[in-house]
Design a binder for this molecule. Structure first.
Ligand code: GLU
Length: 290
C-alpha cells in the first residue's frame, strides 16, 4: 500500500505575537515535516474575534519569515472558511447528528462537570443555542507518535461536545477537524496542551467519515508546573532581529543538537533538518523553563 505524502501544519491563533512556546511548536512541526520530505502549511486560526489582537496575523507571518520558516502554498485563514463550517453544521442538523443545547455552565457543573446529553433527548428539540455533536463514537484512546498510547476518561471522551458556541462562533474542534481534512494533513504536530483534545478530534474525524491524521504532541513550555507560557500570561514576543539564539534555544528545548549560527536562517534550518531526530525529543508533557 502506498503511503500518502507527508503534510504537516502550524496553526497559530492570532491572539498576540509569537512567543517562545509557539516558536517551539512552529520549529518542531517544520522540522518534522521537512525531515519527512513533506509539506509544511500555515493556517491562521482567526475564528474567535474577541480574542484576536489586531495585526497579530501579519506579525506571526513576519516572524516565521524572519526565522526562515517558509511555508508551502497560500496561508489558509479560518475566517474565510465559515461557509464550509456552516454547511457541515447544517447537514449535521438535518441528519439529527447534532442538536441545540441551552444548558448553562452551572447546570453542567450540577451534572458532575460532564454534559449528559439531555437537550438531545427532548421530544421537541430546541431551535437555538449552542450546537452539540451527538458523539456516538466517543474515542477515548489514540496513539501519539511521541508520547505513546494516550488513554482518556471515558465520560470525557463520550461527551456530546460543543461544535458551535451559543455566541454564534464556530468551535475550535469543528473548525480544526474540517480544516485538517480539507488541507489533507497527515500528521498534526503541536504542544501537549492539546493532547486530550485529540480524542475529540478523532471522534469527529470518525463521525464525518474522514481519515484522521497521526498525532505528535511536543512537550509544553511552562513557567511553573501546569502553567504554560502563553499569550494570555503575557509571554514576551520572540526577538525577530536576532533569531539565531532563539532558534538554538528552541532546538535545545526539543532535545536537538544546536546548529551553527548563520546570518541566513534557511541555512541554519537546513542543518537542523539534517540533524533532526524525533527520538531525542523529551517524552514529557511539559518542561519548566529556568
Ligand atoms: N490554534 C491553536 C493554538 O494556537 C492550535 C491548534 C492546533 O494546532 O490544533 O493554540
Amino acid at each position: 500500500m502506498s503511503q500518502s505524502p507527508y503534510i504537516g501544519r502550524f496553526a497559530p491563533s492570532p491572539s498576540g505575537p509569537l512567543h517562545f512556546g509557539s516558536l517551539v511548536a512552529a520549529v518542531g512541526s517544520f522540522l518534522r515535516a521537512r525531515s519527512m520530505g513533506g509539506q509544511w502549511l500555515v493556517r491562521i486560526e482567526d475564528i474567535d474575534p474577541p480574542r484576536e489582537v489586531p495585526g497579530s496575523s501579519d506579525d506571526i507571518l513576519r516572524t516565521l519569515h524572519a526565522y526562515g520558516l517558509e511555508w508551502d502554498g497560500e496561508v489558509l485563514y479560518q475566517s474565510q472558511r465559515v461557509e464550509a463550517y456552516q454547511a457541515k453544521l447544517d447537514s449535521l442538523m438535518d441528519a439529527d447528528l447534532a442538536y441545540y443545547c441551552q444548558c448553562t455552565r452551572k447546570q453542567i457543573k450540577a451534572m458532575g462537570g460532564t454534559y449528559d446529553g439531555r437537550c438531545g433527548k427532548l421530544e421537541t428539540p430546541l431551535t437555538h443555542g449552542a450546537i452539540r455533536i451527538r458523539n456516538t463514537i466517543g474515542i477515548d484512546r489514540f496513539q501519539d507518535t511521541l508520547m505513546g498510547r494516550i488513554q482518556l476518561d471515558k465520560a470525557f471522551a463520550n461527551e456530546d461536545f460543543i461544535i458551535k458556541r451559543s455566541d454564534g462562533l464556530y468551535a475550535y474542534q469543528l473548525a480544526v477537524v474540517l480544516d485538517d481534512a480539507f488541507q489533507q494533513i497527515t500528521e498534526v504536530v503541536r504542544g501537549c496542551d492539546l493532547l486530550e483534545t485529540s480524542c475529540r478530534q478523532e471522534s469527529l474525524f470518525a463521525l464525518f467519515g474522514f481519515k484522521a491524521p497521526t498525532w505528535l504532541h511536543l512537550p509544553l513550555v511552562c513557567t511553573t508546573p501546569g502553567m504554560k507560557l502563553s499569550k494570555q500570561n503575557h509571554a514576551p514576543a520572540i526577538d525577530i532581529t536576532q533569531p539565531q539564539n532563539s532558534l538554538n534555544a528552541a532546538l535545545c528545548f526539543l532535545g536537538q543538537p544546536s546548529v551553527e549560527p548563520r546570518k541566513e536562517m534557511p541555512l541554519m534550518l537546513e542543518q537542523a533538518i539534517s540533524q533532526f531526530d524525533i527520538d531525542l525529543i523529551p517524552k514529557q508533557t511539559e518542561i519548566i523553563l529556568d
